[in-house]
Design a protein around this ligand. Sequence first.
Ligand code: SF4
Ligand code: SF4
Length: 442
Amino acid sequence: MEYVPNILFALALIVGIGFFVRNVKKLTRNIKLGKDVDVSDNKAQRWKNMARIALGQTKMVVRPIAGIMHVIVYVGFIIINIEVLEIILDGLLGTHRLFSPLGSVYNFLIASFEILALLVIVAVIVFWVRRNIIRIQRFIKPEMKGWPKTDGNMILYIELVLMFLFLTMNAADFQLQQIGAEHYNKAGAFPVSQFLLPLMEGLSESSLILVERTAWWLHILGILAFLNYLYYSKHLHILLAFPNTYYGRIKPQGQFNNLASVTKEVKLMMDPDADPFAAPAEEDTAEEPEKFGASDVMDLNWVQLLNAYTCTECGRCTSECPANQTGKKLSPRKIMMDTRDRLEEVGKNMDANKGEFVPDGKQLLDDYITREELWACTTCNACVEACPVSIDPLSIIVEMRRYLVMEQSAAPMELNNMMSNIENNGAPWPYNQMDRLNWVNE
Ligand code: SF4
Ligand code: SF4
């Protein structure tokens, strides 16, 4: 009987971590559905970006209130997890406050965790008020209705509950230490939870132990549940922000990637020595021609799919987007959310069909992202610049437009006219090349 709690704890840990590993495998499989892309260049710059943007949160503090609050929650989350290590070891070994022999260092750590927990509570309340009372514009856009709104709030409630459980556990522990209960040796400093002591006054030793143990168990079970909730939530970014900023774009913004096959054609056309009537080389005819652009998630590259899973749905991109600001249907955040939703749909299809994707008559284009949204983009890069975790919604828009133009010849009329003019007149205007300087004489 003595070891029952330890066994139960080990079981909870195995189940919690087991589900998490299963979700990580699904996530990796889905991301790998994307096309390969070479991101092995410039490792030093990539590490620097990860340290600066993901670890240092430099792009978050561009908007100071939200940024600083976010840093508090982030640091609180990371540091309080040191406490989780002690909880796990205590749970497995049947000890209590295993690290307490560290003496004053331990006291300092527990005191810092408590102060951080309080700051996290304050930050979470501010976040909740911004979302639900002040209703900041970027949180009430059409794509934020339903699950995204619930998810945003849910995570705030979970964080709040976890912090209160942590402080309740410490308060009960502190009280037990003061009444000299067995196993509850004097250890730790409790600058915040001491204010909860009046709530514990008059409780017997057994009731206090019940409060302390219940808070302890709910705290660790809550953390394991949170770990597994991540996969279904925008909060996956707390893990994926690191690889995403590492693999993020390092080319200058505005520099588009050229399609190798098109570049080759253009070079051939411009080569004065090339024979326009020569038969194509054997290697060019052997392979099936590559699909131009993207109409579904499998046509995107894996970094773009990683981007979709990393999106925090913060809406900074949408709030900077000139198309969105002028009332167009486009929202770069929705582009990322749609990509993730479609990818999840493809993943579920594979789960249901023994790992094989069975065509479902749907695709990212039209079923999720409309042509109107795609053509509303000015390719200004403001969304890429604004994103705090190096996501590039524009690259997905460009790939999908590429598909429309090159596979379906389905560009809007204005663009088709412009392209014909460039082809015929060497300029986007409908004038003969010879007339291009006429304006000088006007
Ligand atoms: S690049 Fe397109 S989607 Fe991004 S901010 Fe500019 S207009 Fe909006
Ligand atoms: S793409 Fe970036 S800026 Fe836009 S919602 Fe996602 S995380 Fe926020």
